[in-house]
Design a protein around this ligand. Structure first.
Ligand SMILES: *Cc1c(COP(=O)(O)O)cnc(C)c1O
Length: 431
């Protein structure tokens, strides 16, 4: 069997040298992989329990059209999400077009002119800069009289407790906490760390709304931020919780009063959750959620494998090969635009879809610099599927995530090493 597998990788374009190098790393990771499988097992049970409790049935897979009144599937999906995240309420909709949109709805719904947003974890995700108005932008929250303040993490990645205390004022209405590092090189926050931060903020201002941008964090741990005090948790269905099957959508879970505001903002005051046809998507959204824990486990194995491979090749990686994981993103600092491009070509070449196309750097809406994106995805732009993004700017880091199966993630990483080797960046010695 071992020989057959080796032969198959050769047919896919992986050299003997790259194969042997990667195999050594994989063999050293079995203990970590077992731990990941245990978390997936727990989360799988959590999801099944929520589906059973809400008596999920095939009647919930029926399509609604038009206004979408009495969409039992939609209401049950929201009840299941609320149970999985241990919250009072959920808004899970195909009409939430992406993560940025879900975050925009959550912010705009719960803020009024004169209110202030505080980010105590540094600059938020690039697209949120336009939403909030950190970068002047048409329709931003700034245009509606909402202000923003920010406290950066300390250079060693810890919270700036004193800075946060000083930044909370009478206007502070909502604190936004981004769990994942996104396109930054700061550490991703554990759910436990988010809980400590929220508890601290509540000692200063008990009634402030604590919102967590949960993108890429779902099912990585056995608890979610809503279990440690977050009032709202927001994410995208074409990332972790969609399990690779959801073709569109976002979710907002949390306290009833805040989620209700979101529904009124997403549809219309007075209509709220009552409208929003699901057009036959419910079955896919349920099935994606069902698969999400094991899909996330595969993506996590891929991230850890990549960290160990690239560390062994001498690159700086965040997180490093041995530290605990709180999201599925792996950053690798490759040091040059050419190496970033070669890496992304490898990811693309390993894809089931569009493996024959060559990714190139491009100006993307919402991003500062040109970005190269590699993805051969079944769902366009899905980043729970194997994908890599590299902003073409120093330090020339590539952000790698996803993989619907561990085997595909593994092939993608091996292929990235193959492309870097072919262009003379790695594995050049004769040993
Ligand atoms: C992906 C992401 C978003 C935005 O989601 P989109 O679906 O791309 O709009 C926001 N915050 C974080 C941390 C993300 O990773």
């Amino acid at each position: 069997m071992e020989e057959q597998i080796r032969q198959m990788y050769k047919e896919l374009g992986i050299s003997e040298k790259v194969f042997s190098f990667c195999k050594k790393t994989e063999d050293s990771l079995q203990e970590r992989f077992t731990e990941i499988d245990r978390v997936a097992e727990y989360n799988q049970c959590k999801v099944i329990a929520a589906m059973q409790k809400n008596k999920l049935s095939d009647i919930h897979f029926a399509a609604t059209t038009g206004y979408g009144y009495n969409d039992l599937g939609r209401d049950t999906l929201e009840a299941v999400y609320a149970d999985v995240f241990r919250t009072e309420a959920a808004l899970v909709r195909p009409q939430l077009t992406c993560g940025t949109h879900a975050l925009t709805v959550a912010l705009a719904a719960n803020l009024r002119p004169g209110d202030e947003i505080l980010s105590p974890v540094g600059k938020p995700y690039d697209t949120l800069e336009g939403v909030i108005g950190i970068q002047p932008s048409k329709g931003s929250l700034t245009e509606y009289g909402i202000t923003y303040s920010q406290v950066d993490l300390l250079p060693d990645g810890r919270f700036d407790w004193e800075g946060i205390r000083m930044a909370i004022g009478p206007q502070t209405k909502l604190v936004t906490i981004q769990r994942s590092k996104g396109y930054q090189t700061r550490p991703t926050l554990s759910v436990e760390a988010i809980g400590v931060l929220i508890a601290f903020i509540r000692t200063i201002k008990p009634d402030v709304i604590c919102m967590v941008d949960n993108c890429y964090g779902e099912f990585v741990e056995t608890i979610e931020p809503t279990e440690v005090g977050a009032d709202l948790c927001v994410g995208s269905l074409i990332k972790n919780p969609g399990g690779g099957l959801a073709p569109i959508g976002g979710y907002i879970v949390g306290k009833e009063e805040y989620v209700e505001q979101c529904a009124f903002r997403l549809t219309a005051p007075g209509l709220g959750k009552e409208v929003g046809a699901t057009l036959g998507l419910n079955q896919t959204l349920f099935q994606g959620l069902f698969l999400a824990p094991t899909v996330v486990a595969g993506a996590l194995k891929g991230a850890i494998f990549a960290a160990n491979i690239y560390e062994a090749l001498g690159f700086s990686v965040i997180p490093n090969g041995s530290e605990p994981r709180y999201d599925i993103i792996q950053a690798v600092t490759l040091g040059s635009a050419e190496a970033v491009i070669a890496f992304c070509k490898g990811i693309q070449a390993a894809a089931p879809v569009d493996s024959h196309v060559t990714p190139e750097p491009w100006a993307m809406p919402g991003y500062h610099s040109d970005v190269i994106m590699a993805a051969g995805a079944f769902i366009q732009g899905s980043s729970i599927e194997l994908s890599a993004d590299g902003p073409i700017e120093p330090p020339y880091a590539v952000y790698f995530q996803g993989g619907l199966t561990w085997y595909h993630a593994k092939l993608g990483i091996m292929m990235s090493v193959q492309k870097l080797a072919e262009e003379g960046f790695v594995l050049q010695s004769e040993s």
